[in-house]
Write a protein that binds this ligand. Sequence first.
Ligand code: HGY
Ligand code: MN
Ligand code: MN
Ligand code: MN
Length: 415
Amino acid sequence: MEMDLKKIGLKVKEHLEKIASFTATPGEGITRLAFSLEARKTVNYINNEMKKIGLETVEDYAGSIKGRIDGVDDNKAAIIIGSHYDSVKNGGNFDGIAGVICGLEIARLVKENNIKLKYPLEIIGLNDEEGARFGNGFFGSKAMLGGIDLVDLHKYKDEDGISIYQAMDEYGLNPESLKGMSREAKTIKSFIEIHVEQGPVLENNRKDIGVVEGIVGMQRYIIEIDGRADHVGTTPMDMRVDAMEVASRMISGVGDLARSEGNGTVATVGFIKNYPNVINIVPKKVQFSLDIRSRDNGAIERIANKVEQRLTDLSKEYDTEYSIECKLSEYPVDLDKSLIKAMSEVCEAKGYNYQKINSGAGHDSLFMAKYVDTAMLFVPSQGGRSHCKEEWTDYRYFAKAVDVVYQLLLDLNKN
Ligand code: HGY
Ligand code: MN
Ligand code: MN
Ligand code: MN
């Protein structure tokens, strides 16, 4: 069946340009944090668009939005096409949400062509994959499979000290209801995610599509150095307990720890907070994040251990204390080989210029792949840029992604 790629591209463009207006930082990229007003507007928009297409919709207890087309045999496991609708701060128009919208347009094709699906189809907009507000991550996909520990809802707080629990309550969700959420993985046949590559590989290689083979493992930490506030003018250098000097000597060594591992390993200090953060007070407390990723879990572990050892040595030297809290830990995953093969065959049959690729970014698929057969399709990111307002992908790539995954869906429904 000849696909009207131009029409699909324009539809994706229309949705994404509308949703891009749901941001807390207009003109400065997309800021659509978990349980925010911007999230609420986005969920409502997606819900309405799903209903217009004729999907049965439901917002789940974690704030994710799902639209469903029943299968001929409704007891069969569902095929899910989805991604996340939340964003980082000052991020791009496409990260996550483009995969939800591509799923929506695939569902439209199913309806318009009156396709009778053997397996139910679910299009899902997952909440809080990024963890940009509370530092966690994969919240919506974890909640869907019953993986949220209610203790964390009180423990994880945003920069205003609001916990996930309070934020959910203010947003209109009942956090206690998460206890009842535990969808069995066997009710999901496949999880398929379309996502921007967020890196330079596809563009450099002039490829339209990336068929993802694996996703890096990642560990995220919050490290706190506790020193002593003193007057900067009267406190001699050998009497200080300077939290910032310890933090800065630790932070300046993180990049080399990743470089010494090689193999694409990365380590980043994304945020730092200093207390009381005043020009004439020796820093009392410094908090900073550490995000470590690699296809080799051993490399991640080695870096985490070296950081801990360095913190111990520096604390002895400066008489400071430190704490290190792991907020997220996921092993590297290989995606489903038969889905990779099937997706590649569709690209071949359609004559699309594609390649196999690994993901340096984490995704809901990193979590889902532990429990269900999972596949990801990447489209090129202009200049390899992402997590910034410069993030851009031409809509014609999303049209090809819709074309490929729609055909993959039809093929999966044949067997
Ligand atoms: O951090 C990541 O890789 C993803 O954007 N959540
Ligand atoms: Mn992201
Ligand atoms: Mn993403
Ligand atoms: Mn004074």
